[in-house]
Design a protein around this ligand. Structure first.
Ligand code: UDP
Length: 482
């Protein structure tokens, strides 16, 4: 690590890509926003390569990354070698919390005590880092990879658990500002039903830690969910900074947008170059979700029947590809492209040929979609994705549900198969800009302009980032952590 006279800010991203990516963008932003701040990303060995390819390069001839990297665990702590690939869903199982994630603590503690940074910014899934920072009397901020609406809703749900009775109930979420939010229990995180479980306690702990911390950094923008940002600022955080969508800054850096993951393939961008403006639907479900073969088969048939151009990112399929309907690829020809594995999503979304986005509603995908001004067709699968869908469809109005009927659930085993005809009709109707979804298309374009303006000079998110940096420098200079 380079020894400089700069303020050393250590960032602790959670292991999963949906957390690593926005925090890397944020670290890049920090480093370019103030010459005296030197961010360092503290990551596990399995994520080092991924992150190296995603960091911006300095302008100097050395082309050194402007953000430093420290890798942990130190060999002795026993954090599982494959911790990066353990789904966040596994957190719901108490053994995984204790066995995999809490195991990170000693390694993080060693890093902080060894390097003695001037401040730390940790993913909110590592609430214990606050106590480690407090021992050194350095400021500790938490970075959230979900929006204000979903954080507040989780807080309400952890308080309401006792009132939620049956799996097939609908609940009105108590304690949120603005309009009434009502959701089926099946679409809420499973911890709301359990009388007492570790995950609910973990959520409560996270919320308390957010409130006690020096500040909370939220990857969102006021233009998307202003009422909820205000509420979060008023009732949850000591200091709140809304600095997103952080992907916008990365989208302007070709190196990091294409290098993400080191495997990002660019052939699909050339394929898009040949398509007409707004004529292709991107179908992608994030970095963690996998469909059963049967659902992949229906989706393939649905996309074929829709008659639309599509770019479909398929993850985790087995070699035999039994899901693929016979003769499908020949029939589709050049109308569709399947990307297997990892795609340069931000670059794809920004391409003029993309007209809509079928998304699982991961928070990053949503921010990236709104920043590109794209209307979204929602297909949530787990975690906070149904909550994000609720915000987009019923509050903001820049998206529509792909499927309203049938049983949907945050637990895959309880969800029904979405049939091909539903997919085909939803996609073809949604791609019609002057059709029944014209107001959704309009709202999406409007939001795109807002998202880009908040990240431009003088924009809200840029001023929140400056405020964050100046508050932090004040605290570091005066040696206070509160
Ligand atoms: N992503 C990507 N290429 C892929 C799949 C995902 O670049 O093939 C990125 C995507 O742009 C987003 C992140 O991975 O930044 C996924 O985060 P999100 O919150 O959308 O979903 P999660 O993976 O956490 O479910």
């Amino acid at each position: 690590i380079v020894n400089t006279n700069k303020w050393r800010v250590f960032l602790f991203p959670f292991f999963a890509r949906g957390h690593l990516i926005p925090m890397t963008d944020f670290a890049n932003l920090l480093s370019t926003s103030h010459p005296d701040i030197e961010p360092t990303m503290v990551v596990t060995p399995g994520n080092t390569k991924f992150i190296t390819s995603s960091l911006g390069k300095s302008n100097s001839s050395t082309q050194q990354p402007v953000v430093q990297i420290v890798t942990y665990p130190f060999p002795s702590i026993g954090l599982k070698p494959d911790v990066e690939t353990i789904g966040i869903g596994k957190l719901a199982e108490s053994s995984a919390i204790d066995g995999a994630f809490h195991m990170a603590r000693p390694g993080q503690e060693q890093v902080i005590q060894h390097y003695k940074p001037d401040a730390v910014i940790a993913d909110m899934k590592f609430p214990w880092i606050a106590a480690i920072a407090a021992e050194l009397r350095i400021p500790c901020l938490f970075f959230t990879c979900s929006g204000s609406f979903s954080i507040l809703l989780y807080r309400c749900l952890s308080r309401m658990r006792a009132n939620v009775v049956g799996l097939h109930d609908h609940v009105t979420v108590l304690g949120l500002p603005g309009r009434e939010i009502r959701m089926p229990v099946l679409e809420l995180p499973p911890f709301v039903l359990a009388e007492e479980n570790n995950y609910a306690q973990y959520v409560e702990r996270m919320m308390k830690t957010l409130g006690d911390a020096f500040g909370v950094v939220v990857n969102t923008y006021r233009g998307l969910e202003s009422e909820y940002c205000k509420e979060l600022e008023k009732t949850l955080a000591r200091r709140a900074y809304f600095v997103g969508p952080v992907s916008v800054s990365c989208a302007t850096d070709q190196h990091s947008v294409l290098g993400r993951g080191g495997e990002g393939e660019t052939g699909c961008l050339r394929w898009l170059d040949k398509k007409e403006e707004r004529s292709v639907v991107l179908v992608s479900f994030g970095s963690q979700s996998y469909f059963r073969s049967m659902q992949l088969h229906e989706l393939a048939m649905g996309l074929e029947e829709s008659g639309q151009n599509f770019l479909w990112v398929v993850r985790g399929v087995d070699q035999s590809e039994q899901w693929m309907p016979e003769g499908w690829e020949e029939r589709i020809g050049d109308r569709g492209l399947v990307v297997r594995g990892w795609a340069p999503q931000v670059a794809i979304l920004a391409h003029a040929a993309i007209g809509a986005f079928v998304t699982h509603c991961g928070w990053n995908s949503i921010l990236e979609g709104t920043a590109a001004g794209l209307p979204m067709l929602t297909w949530p699968l787990a975690h906070d994705q149904f909550i994000n869908e609720k915000l987009l469809v019923d509050v903001v109005g820049c998206a529509a549900r792909l499927w309203e009927g049938g049983e949907r659930s945050t637990t895959d085993m309880k969800s029904e198969l979405v049939p091909r005809t539903v997919i085909a009709q939803a996609v073809s109707r949604f791609m019609e800009p002057k059709g029944e979804y014209s107001s959704v298309h309009c709202k999406a374009r409007e939001l795109g302009a807002v998202a880009r303006s908040v990240m431009a000079e003088g924009g809200n998110s840029v001023s929140d980032l400056s405020r964050l940096i100046s508050d932090l420098i004040d605290a570091m200079q005066s040696n206070t952590c509160q």
